[in-house]
Design a protein around this ligand. Sequence first.
Ligand code: F6R
Length: 605
Amino acid sequence: MCGIIGIVGTAPVEARLIVSLKRLEYRGYDSAGVAGFTASGVERRRAAGKLKNLEAVLAAQPLIASVGIGHTRWATHGPPTVGNAHPHQAGRVTLVHNGIIENFAELKAALTAEGRVFQTDTDTEVVAQLLDRELGSKPPLAAFKATLDQVRGAFALVVMIDGEPGMLLGARNGPPLVIGHGDGEMFLGSDALAVGPFTNRVSYLEDGDFVAIEHGAARVFNQAGQPVDRPAQVVPQSPALMEKGNYRHFMEKEIHDQPEGCQRTIAAYVDALTARAAMPGGIDFAVLERIQIVACGTSYIAGLIGKYLIEPLADLPVDIEVASEFRYRQPALRPGSLVIAMSQSGETADTLAALRWCQARGMRSAAVVNAAGSTMAREVDVVWPIHCGPEIGVASTKAFTAQICVLTALAIAAARARGRIDAGEEQRLVRVLLEAPRLIAESINLEDAVRGVAAEVAKARDVLYLGRGPMYPLALEGALKLKEISYIHAEGYAAGELKHGPIALVDENTPIVILAPFDSYFEKSASNMSEVMARGGQVVFITDPEGQAHAPAGARVVVTTPRCDPLIAPLVMSAPIQLLAYHVAVLKGADVDQPRNLAKSVTVE
Ligand code: F6R
């Protein structure tokens, strides 16, 4: 979950390391550090907290080097102090690491017994100590391989060795590491975005690979130490999507990006002229027995909405489970199923492990991902990209709605393939989906109304979100968004579960957000609303014009989203809950794009 960058440059690297770390800060921002080969040897600069603290250190003490490494940390072992900030050093070795070294305790004990003295609480330092020990008897590459053979766990590493000023070593086992091919310069980075400011030619290391980069050359080896070719690919760069523009936060911008993002997504899966839906990749939905979705966090919630859409429309069973549970509980699977990994980053460790678990049991696999070059995208049989552009804000917004667009198209395509709908109904549903971007834009226009609600919600200690049908997952998402960026405790519940416990929370200080378009569930949701109000609960009612007309009197606030077909209600009703969380967080002065303790790409379990 940390971000790493290495540059073997022909020009100064300090500013470039910072540019890259800014792009990587989404992976963690507990501390940051850089190191470089200077005229007087290897030097490093480190600071606890956000990157701006490191920039202040560098302003006072510049790092004059043309070969260097950088790191932005999401702490796993040891608190986020300067001492625990990467790069870590031992003897001739200076390195940065993303991941977890699982056998660090036993290695540390053995190295300590040999007389080595550790400076930090981190798991990473054992790699530096181990490599320094191996360098005592072996040349750099052999020492590096010998070190990698001894460490267990998930890691991406970039290493400097004192005395080898024109070279950086890198290794990948789990978390991604890419090689950037420049003009006489070479780069190593956590992803294509990290090296994007310098080159768009990128090769992806495979698990077990290690590499030595020098000016203009990269030598890659597999786990057995044999040279391998990892061809460079040109990756599209989209600088505009990396900027905030006139918005205060990336999250705000990304909420507003959704109409355009969803339009791009939908265009990839439906033909607007013929009004047909098509999922590329040759999956025969007519004979498919079952879909198993694995995902985490917001991607899991998008998958849950998919279940509510696919099962009734296509009569195709969909199982969905959080990947961290699924991967360890020996689920009973059938080979006639398709596993779909849902992931914005395409790198989430638990989702990747769950996906591989299914693949190892002979299941066909697909991934709904945003990051086209990600590990999941490269390992599945079929990739269904969501095309919404880089998502920088840690709280997922535009990737969520784009994922729902893909699953809505899938529901329509599968329903048609399985003979559950005829061509006319397919065309009607596709036209409904094509309307979604315009209606999402109208929903976003409710921002002023939502800002008013936010002023109330910001005073609360607890908030309850309720919904039925596809609005139940959306209630989960509303609660997740609120707690992760505003730090207000929130719970999402199926409204029918209200009487089985959560109603005890209802009092005049607890806002209850009820999501209820005027659909087949509406009457029941309205009853729940009455029950809450009868107990003094302050209801924020998010509905559509018909719902507003039929609502029981007494809701504290009503937010009225545009009227739409139930197929796209989850898309149209997403913006108000995202904007609510966003404005509450802004009012509370929280760090919206980089909430505490979180990171965008969770590459450790
Ligand atoms: C919440 C959020 C996270 C991610 C989760 C999975 O706003 O962003 O819950 O959804 O960490 O990440 P991906 O989709 O990259 O697998």
